[in-house]
Ligand binder design. Structure first.
Ligand code: NAD
Ligand code: G6P
Ligand code: MN
Length: 441
């Protein structure tokens, strides 16, 4: 079996150890010859990189591994897959994205509303550069991207590289949800054949077929309405995630047609969700005290003790496993079905062709083959079109350095609505993001 060369960009990410454990677990099905980790932050990269050395010495001794902050070492012609999980501006800027809107009574969230807008404007620049760096040496490598806000990154990369067929933006939340459905129904998530449509962090499951072709969605709906909804993954057990999962029941009660992505809570109930968000202690603070601390402390401990055997650093299997099974399906031309982000081109027939939709597709060596969704009902179409316009205007505001388009984007966002609020938050975010955003005129 061919052995692959993989580059992880954002090697110092809190999610990297989980991904590395996944790599160890899949050596039979996705063998890796060479693994490079690249990050712009030397300290973060070193902590996670040294953890990796210990882990691989014990679990994957034949892998040729090194980590670097040098672009020349990272971007080479031999790469088969690039896994991207970078955070431009780090948690310092994520905190601003959350707190600035919250201080104005608006939703402050990593990927939704004004915070998602601000993060998008930062991510686009680095993501475009990343693709250029990869393509300088290598036209064939698959770029699998987790970097958020994946919805906006996907639109921007589609605009910047319209002919590039080997960039695939992915999100693990549909996978997290499938695992939660599995937990509720006492089934394995891989036995579900889901139908899903929407934009990233803005979509719905319409059907959930079992191996015999029976649609389990009605049963699941009743189960949620009877007993509520719970996360499967341990990573999503912090209070903010429990609050998020608790909102699923309400969404299903109000809009029972389909099962919603959890991120829809911010758009459908901004007033209610705001009551749960604390402007002086946001998700960033929760992550800094939780996942980030746990991961970095444990990685340091593993390097000191010289063994990763007792490491419990990974509490989210879905994240690391999902990108690997996506890569495996492409590498081996398996055509397995996954929910991924693709240019619409008629998949949802009554949405614009250039929207970046999140849908089911079979993933082959030559790319995804999506399943047609057909027409969607007017309520969902209306919601998606507003959000699609917001995403597109955000990408255009970046490309054109346009204040007018930024203001239009934020005014369209359902978490804001008021144009004067949109202007107020935009001006504050411009101030906070100096050096990260292009100048908006
Ligand atoms: P993190 O800050 O811990 O890790 C990101 C790393 O990227 C940092 O070490 C940082 O130094 C590095 N980095 C920043 N700019 C870079 C650049 N230009 N090139 C290379 N490296 C760079 O953040 P995290 O919480 O671990 O998340 C990482 C990313 O993955 C975020 O964008 C997050 O939103 C995303 N994510 C997405 C999904 C999804 O469903 N799509 C799921 C989980 C995480
Ligand atoms: C989910 C989403 C991601 C998000 C992640 C972590 O998996 O799909 O897009 O980045 O949660 O969010 P957190 O708030 O824990 O950093
Ligand atoms: Mn996501």
């Amino acid at each position: 079996m061919k052995k692959y060369t993989v580059l992880i960009v954002g090697g110092g990410s809190t999610w990297t150890p989980g991904l590395l454990k996944g790599i160890c677990a899949r050596q039979e099905t996705f063998p890796i010859e060479k693994l490079i980790m690249y990050d712009v932050n030397e300290e973060r990269q070193q902590v996670i990189g040294d953890f990796a050395k210990t882990l691989f010495r014990e679990d994957y001794p034949e892998i040729d591994f090194h980590y670097t902050t040098s672009k020349d070492e990272a971007f080479t012609e031999s790469i088969d897959f690039v896994f991207v999980q970078m955070r431009t501006g780090g948690y310092t800027m994520r905190e601003q994205d959350e707190k600035i809107p919250l201080e104005m009574g608006l939703i402050g969230q990593e990927t939704c509303g004004p915070g998602g807008f601000a993060y998008g404007m930062r991510s686009i620049k680095d993501m475009i550069e990343l693709v250029q760096n990869v393509r300088k040496h290598n036209k064939e490598a698959w770029i699998l991207n987790y970097t958020n806000p994946a919805a906006i990154v996907a639109v921007a990369l589609q605009n910047a590289f319209p002919e590039d067929k080997r960039i695939l933006n992915i999100c693990d939340q549909p996978e997290n949800l499938l695992r939660s459905y599995g937990r509720l129904l006492n089934m394995n998530e891989r036995d579900f054949d889901p139908v899903y449509f929407g934009l990233n962090h803005f979509g719905w499951f319409t059907n959930l077929y079992d191996p015999e072709g029976k649609d389990l969605l009605p049963l699941l709906r009743e189960t949620i309405l009877d007993g509520g909804f719970r996360p499967a993954d341990h990573e999503q057990r912090d209070q903010s995630w429990l609050d998020t999962y608790a909102m699923v029941e309400q969404m299903v009660r109000d809009f029972p047609d389909y099962l919603p992505n959890t991120y829809l809570q911010y758009y459908l109930y901004p007033d209610k969700v705001l009551q749960k968000l604390n402007p002086s202690f946001t998700r960033t603070n929760e992550v800094q005290n939780g996942r980030e601390k746990r991961v970095f402390d444990d990685c340091r401990r593993v390097s000191e003790t010289g063994t990763a055997k007792d490491s419990n650093v990974i509490v989210n299997d879905a994240h690391g496993e999902f990108i690997l099974i996506v890569a495996e399906s492409i590498a081996h031309n398996k055509g397995n079905n996954f929910i991924v982000i693709l240019k619409n081109n008629g998949i949802v027939s009554n949405l614009p062709d250039d929207a970046m939709v999140e849908v089911s597709a079979s993933l082959y060596a030559n790319g995804p083959r999506p399943y047609a969704v057909g027409d969607i009902p007017v309520f969902y179409k209306g919601l998606i079109e507003g959000q699609y316009a917001y995403e597109r205007l955000t990408a255009e505001a970046f490309m054109e350095g346009s204040y007018a388009k930024a203001l239009q984007a934020l005014t369209l966002n359902r978490t804001i609505v008021s144009a004067s609020k949109a202007r107020e938050v935009l001006d504050a975010l411009i101030e906070a993001n100096q050096g990260f955003w292009p100048e908006l005129r």
